[in-house]
Design a protein. Sequence first.
Length: 139
Amino acid sequence: MKSHRKVLTLHLPHRIGFVNITDEVQVAIDESGVQEGLCLVNPMHITASVFVNDDEPGLHRDYERFFETLVPHDPVKQWRHNDTGEDNADAHIKRQLMGREVVVAITKGRLDFGTWERIFYGEWDGRRSKRVLIKILGE
C-alpha cells in the first residue's frame, strides 16, 4: 500500500470564507501515484472546516448567513471561551457544526465524486495562515 502526505497553506483575508481546493487535492493524488484508495482532507486548525458540496457562490453566502445567524460572532463577550482573551469562540462552534474532514474515494486515479461535488476549505477565523492536511492511502 502507498501512503502520501501533502500540506496546503491557505491565508484568507477575511474572518469567514470558503475556498475550492479540489484541484489541489487531485494534484496530490496525481503525485501519490495511487489509483485505488482513499483520500483524507482535514484542516490542521480548530477553527476551520473541510466539506464537500456544490461550488456555487450563492450557497456559500447562504452558509455564512446561516452560521452567523445561528452562532453570531458579535457580541464577542457573549461567549465564555472569549473570557480567556480570545475572540473566536463562534469559530470553534461553527467548525464543530460544519465538520472537520472529508474522506473521498479514489478510483482510477481520480476523486470519485457525484456530479456537482467539490472539496472546500471553510474558514471561520481567518486573517492568518492555516494548513490543510491531505493524506492519501491506496494502491
